[in-house]
Ligand binder design. Structure first.
Ligand code: ZN
Length: 389
């Protein structure tokens, strides 16, 4: 059985702290205190100064069998020596939460569900993952269970375009496999594919003119941008690719032919080639519209992160399936449309999955988390770190 009281206290304590992106100092300090109280060492990187935040990414290494090694005069349980030979496993979570997240009033209802008071988010994204990792250590230590070496990563600024993990030097990790604890739904679901993300910024330059006296001497940049957008394939472009116009802004007064117009857009795809092709197609549409009208267009593109896809036969997936079976859950493998820290980590060579943490209706004031799901997540982690694979 999971120490439920400890888990509830832990989650309520962390979720009541302020942790806006780039302002995670309170929750980072609480996590560091928790880990150092267990005799572990926490290293903080230089992401705070690089990103202008209040804290860096935290990395904590847990040696194999740490939970039994610290207990004197305890007989070593079966399997402990084999664990010492296993490669380290990464468990990664993020410390920041989306707005509105200041001064949260978080409680556990009689229905065993954590909620905020409705004026802020709950912060289960991703403090459910953070609490589960800390609770895992508590359980390992209490039970004196053998386990493989672990690397625990707590990133900052995940919610603002994965800035924290992007500033992290993944070469400092020894683990080649890992789990990012950061998606909605009950534990038992794991993500094995996620799209890459590309951001586009178009600036269409037309020619201003008096809209009533000499409209034919002007080139309306808004109209050009609209023609360009109308040519684009948007929405769900194919089963693996999506595209969206996020914002359009330009012009000034109704009596002036609009001189310039800015359009921001994005595309995503599970396939890097399709992602590049979709971006190229959107750029071509805008450039053709500009050329036909005598306008000019400048385009800036930025690939926020790359796609990844994990082979279901890999150990990292099979271990997850075995751990689910060990706690009586059916493992579900899915693809997602969103990005996470794993997009960056997998680019650095990590073989991994993103796991469901019990959080529901995230990024809204209706966000909630069932205590039973949080307990299941801790049980799942216990099984993962004990698996023979
Ligand atoms: Zn998250």
């Amino acid at each position: 059985m999971i120490d439920e009281k400890h888990l509830v206290d832990l989650f309520l304590r962390l979720a009541s702290l302020d942790a806006p992106s780039l302002g995670e100092r309170q929750v980072a300090a609480a996590v560091t205190t928790e880990l150092t109280a267990l005799g572990l060492t926490v290293a903080e990187d230089d992401a705070a100064s690089r990103l202008g935040g209040t804290t860096g990414n935290l990395l904590c290494r847990v040696p194999a069998n740490w939970a039994i090694e610290h207990v004197p005069d305890v007989d070593k349980p079966a399997g402990w020596d084999e664990k010492a030979r296993q490669a380290p496993l990464l468990l990664s979570t993020h410390l920041d939460t989306v707005q509105p997240c200041l001064d949260k009033k978080v409680h556990l209802g009689s229905d065993r569900i954590f909620r905020s008071d409705g004026t802020t988010i709950l912060g289960a994204d991703d403090l459910a993952g953070v609490s589960a990792v800390l609770a895992l250590l508590h359980e390992l230590r209490t039970r004196g269970k053998p386990h493989r070496p672990l690397e625990l990563l707590f990133t900052v600024a995940e919610e603002v375009h994965l800035q924290g993990i992007s500033a992290f030097d993944a070469r400092t990790l020894s683990a080649r496999e890992g789990y990012v604890l950061d998606t909605s739904g009950s534990p038992g679901t794991g993500i094995i594919a996620a799209p890459g993300h590309l951001h586009l910024n178009f600036v269409v330059q037309g020619r201003p003119a008096h809209a009533g006296i000499a409209p034919e001497t002007g080139i309306n940049a808004i109209e050009v941008a609209a023609r360009g957008i109308a040519r684009m394939r948007l929405g769900r472009v194919d089963p693996e690719t999506t595209a969206n116009i996020g914002r359009i802004a330009g012009g000034s007064e109704t009596n002036i032919v609009a001189a310039s117009c800015t359009v921001t857009a994005e595309c995503r795809s599970l396939d890097q080639q399709r992602l590049s092709a979709q971006a190229r197609d959107m750029i071509d549409c805008m450039e053709q519209a500009a050329a036909e009208s005598g306008a000019s267009v400048t385009v800036q593109t930025r690939q926020s992160y790359h796609p990844y896809r994990v082979d279901p036969d890999l150990p990292v997936v099979r271990r997850f399936q075995a751990a689910c079976a060990a706690i009586g859950k059916a493992a579900r493998l899915i693809a997602t449309g969103g990005g996470s820290d794993l997009n960056v980590l997998s680019q650095a060579g990590l073989s991994g999955m993103v796991l469901s943490c019990g959080m529901q209706q995230v990024h809204s004031e209706a966000e909630y988390l069932a205590l039973d799901d949080l307990s299941d997540l801790v049980r799942l982690l216990l099984a993962l770190v004990a698996e023979p694979v």
